[in-house]
Design a protein around this ligand. Sequence first.
Ligand code: GLC
Ligand code: CA
Length: 549
Amino acid sequence: MTQTKAWWKEAVGYQIYPASFMDSNGDGIGDLNGIREKLSYLKQLGIDFIWINPVYSSPFIDNGYDISDYQNILEKFGTMAEFDQLLAEAHLQGIKIIMDLVINHTSDQHEWFIESKKSLDNPYRDYYIWVDGTPENAPNDWQSIFGGSAWAYDEQTKQYYLHVFAKEQPDLNWESEKLKNELFSMIRWWLDKGIDGFRLDAISHVKKDEYSVKATENPFSPFQNVSGIDEHLNELKDVFDDYDIMTVGEASGVSAEEGPEWVGADGYFDMIFEFDHISIWKHEKEGKLDVINLKRALSAWQTALDGKGWNALYMENHDTPRSVSFFGDPEHYWQKSAKAVAMMYFFLQGTPFIYQGQEIGMTNMPFTAIEQIDAVDSRRLYNQLLEEGKSPEEAIDIVADTTRDNSRTPMQWGSEKYAGFSTNEPWLMVNPNYHTLNVEEQENDPSSILSFYKQMIRIRRENQGLIYGSFKEYLAEHDQLYVYERSFTDKNYLIIVNLTSEVAEYSLPNEVDVPWELLLTNQEERVFERVGKLDPYEAKLFVTSKKRN
Ligand code: GLC
Ligand code: CA
């Protein structure tokens, strides 16, 4: 089925984690001016828009996802004037800016919460979710996503407030019209500034269930994609509809079947980040990647939205480990598997997002001590593991594998001290592999991962069929290969990727037997074979203009 055209469908996005991207003033923390310095790098890569993680005023308990003032910039990142300069310069270079919008919760240091806490009859009381309880008895058994009870007791007013994330991140009460209107006018303020859209943080949590509802198999179900959320999201959409922007919602707990409701013609957002394919890494800590499960997750979204909505495509972000470390084999096939993973997701139907450092194949960090880790949830998990009787060595082993800090280490620009990220010791350790794994090393090497990304971006731009073409999967039950075809008016494309470190044999159906021409590969050229073999992590993109059914 055909897809309507839109700039954000043709675009390639790049996610910037500002604290770790580029430090312009040598305090060890990345900043807005650092992003501005690197715009030409992004331009050369072929990026159309950047999504910047939160840069607003914040006590930084959850690295900026705890906002204390939505209309100010955190000093360590810069000033509002510097933000405006970044926006203007990005636009001059043809790069759009998508801001992170965190409206499920604020910081406990936001003036709304400081007021709200003061008394039961404070005018801001109902901006947050307050419920009666005794110090011994929380309102119910709901668990925070970051661990422990989702309720925090306030001695002074003898009530609990709800926090789906850390206790320093109280949830906003979307049932209050006044609160919603404040949020909407703040959103308009940013849009009137001329930004190009939003990534909506934790947006599937804004509706909560009745407090009598118990957490079941999915402990987060009482506050995740709860029925009635459509009313809130439609109001939000009414605000967005006044602007020519792009929106992408972070939508945990939304299934592929529900996808069209969220991003279809009348959907709440242009696209959403789904969690199905990324959540398989949690179940797969040891051992081999479950290729079939990965394909099932990705293909379900492709099929559900084909002709009905649009996907946001991603393999890593600031909350996940590095994709080459999990989906690839950095020890034996670092470069090749990074390219295979890249090709596998990049030509699916949707807008591809690249997370900073992914384009050079950055890997997980070999953390060896809890002092090296910053992420609030990881530190909490570590303490919990110790309480459960694990030794510090066992605990750090578990935490190191899964911590979000794996993807938050400083960007590796060059081989000089601190990887060219800063002139001073960075807030989070640089991965020791920066001596050889860095941008400088890859920039002029046509066989590098970086050059491969540039090629993929160029090829996608030059081939509308890779953007708008429909999706069809082959060999769904093959446990090594992901094979899919994209068909468009006059051209078809075939993507074949081996996602394992073993040779893979295959036999494709007769209908695929047409003269295919090779467009891109991560190893030596090879003609198309309907029945054949692929080397470990071999990845191929073919094109044909031969008409077929
Ligand atoms: C989202 C963000 C994550 C943050 C959480 C709470 O999941 O991606 O980094 O900790 O929301 O705001
Ligand atoms: Ca700085």
